[in-house]
Design a protein around this ligand. Structure first.
Ligand SMILES: [Zn+2]
Length: 500
């Protein structure tokens, strides 16, 4: 799209307008704002007041919201708007308009009209893409619930659409999948998160579930896999931390706005409500900080109220919250230690040949292994999401009672617990011995200075070492895939006394 400006009979050079929302013509909303600039409602007692500033209505391009504290006041504003439209060549679409209220309903609900056309009372409505419940409410979460339901639905639908490309291109590589997630799914999951900072974890989980499900599918992990693996393997920020960073970034922006702007007045009003012991956005933000990142704390209310445009009273909250996210993933890994020990022992290789422990990282092995089945087999093995008895016998089953850890023995040799390190490095079952020697021959050939396996080594550490050694990721994954295939070909061993 190109624009020209005409002044009388003169035309400017054509120019593009690249800033704006994603619609066909980026300047249209701006033109609309100019057109609406002389729409004014004289101040009344029915206006909303924020720190002495009266707000009669909100405009987001052609999305207009008339606000009033009484039914009569609202009808009065509707009449003023109707009249303004009549003299400005505009027609209001009464069918597309709606009435809503928050708080107790009036004893008799009046009929609201634009001219002669009645406007319907909506039990749920959307403004600037956010969905709200009409009516009385005790907690903000019940007012905003439709927003969470709507965004979770949209995000899930988009996540399915992104993953559906697999039916056309084969398996989606993890690196590309993460880019598509950030571009297509994440925007739904963070939409309006700065203002819906909610204290209901039930509603938040609607969105968090979409994030977890997307990355489990992308990595090839099952629904019962540990959630820490999602973040440790992809480096994606868990949603609750991303939300909090965005909310504090908004607060930082609000604080930088001059005192005579609406947004700053709204912030100061919110802080004042909180200091009076009433619920407010600021109060919700504080609750959220305590819950998600207790190592960060906001400055006192009076410091925030008097903070000027140049102040930096919030400090480096992104760093603090990112560190907290790392700690959270680490604590999650420790909580499920029996399944996550390889993720905790394994290191991330560097280009210079060294390696380093990283809690959350978009893993190099995910990029290096081209065969998707092999790659997924390795991710599942490292994440404790494999079909070996040590994990599988923890599942409830009608045909057996709980088998203690030490008796979940190998289905082939029955000499040791059936773990990844036993299956790969110890078991004497001949097909596994053959696979092992083939792998090790290839591994020693690919590594510049390989550590040679011997019987005295701690097998977990050696397996973690193999999973940290870069040039051989593909052969490692192929070996893991083949080993699992051997195990899947034979029924798991359940000792007699645990069978039902
Ligand atoms: Zn064995």
């Amino acid at each position: 799209m190109q624009y020209k400006v005409r002044h009388q009979n003169e035309f400017s050079d054509p120019f593009g307008a690249d800033i704006g929302i994603m619609i066909g013509d980026t300047l249209s909303p701006e033109f609309w704002i100019l057109y609406m600039a002389d729409f004014e409602i004289p101040p009344t007692a029915d206006d909303i007041e924020l720190m002495g500033m009266l707000i009669s209505h909100l405009e987001q391009a052609d999305d207009l919201l008339l606000l009033a504290l009484s039914a009569e006041g609202l009808q009065r504003k509707m009449d003023i708007f109707y009249q303004w439209c009549r003299v400005n060549f505009l027609i209001i679409n009464a069918i597309k308009s709606g009435i809503s209220y928050h708080g107790p309903a009036p004893a008799i609900m009046p009929v609201f009209r634009f001219g002669n056309s009645p406007v319907a009372l909506l039990m749920e409505y959307a403004y600037v893409g956010m969905h709200f419940h009409t009516g009385n409410y005790r907690v903000f979460s019940s007012l905003i619930k439709p927003h969470f339901v709507e965004k979770a639905q949209k995000a899930r639908k988009t996540a399915h659409a992104v993953l559906h490309v697999e039916s056309m291109i084969g398996t989606l590589p993890v690196h590309e999948g993460k880019i598509l997630y950030m571009g297509c799914v994440d925007p739904h999951l963070i939409y309006g998160c700065e203002v819906t900072l909610n204290t209901s974890s039930q509603l938040f989980d609607l969105l968090f579930d979409v994030q977890k499900a997307f990355f489990r599918r992308l990595l090839g992990l099952s629904k019962t896999s540990i959630k820490a693996a999602i973040f440790s393997e992809t480096g994606i920020m868990p949603l609750q931390f991303r939300w909090l960073i965005l909310a504090l970034r908004s607060l930082s922006y609000f604080l930088k706005r001059p005192a005579d702007t609406y947004v700053r007045a709204a912030l100061n009003e919110s802080i004042s409500l909180h200091t009076q012991g009433k619920s407010s956005w600021f109060g919700d933000l504080k609750i959220n900080i305590t819950r998600v990142c207790p190592t960060y704390s906001l400055p006192d209310a009076d410091i925030l109220l008097s903070a000027g445009p140049d102040s930096d009273v919030l400090g480096d909250f992104t760093k603090t919250i990112t560190n907290e996210a790392l700690r959270w993933v680490e604590s999650e890994l420790e909580r499920v230690d029996k399944r996550s020990y390889l993720l905790q022992l394994r290191q991330e290789p560097h280009e210079n040949g060294s390696s380093k422990y990283r809690t959350m990282w978009l893993r190099q092995y995910l990029k290096d292994i081209q065969n998707a089945q092999h790659r997924k087999a390795l991710t599942r093995l490292l994440s404790g999401d494999h079909p070996l008895a040590v994990v599988r016998l923890t599942w409830t089953d009608n045909h057996r009672i709980q088998v203690p850890h030490d008796e979940r023995v190998c289905r082939f040799c029955k000499q040791a617990v059936e773990t990844p390190e036993h299956a790969l490095l110890e078991c004497t079952h001949q097909p596994l011995v053959d696979l092992r020697s083939n792998f090790l021959r290839e591994f020693y050939r690919l590594q510049p200075r390989p550590v040679v396996l011997n019987n005295n080594m701690d097998k977990r550490s050696y397996l973690a070492y193999l999973a940290s050694s870069q040039p051989s990721f593909s052969v490692l994954a192929k070996w893991v895939y083949s080993m699992i295939k051997v195990y899947n070909g034979t029924v798991m061993y359940v000792p007699e006394q645990y069978r039902r």
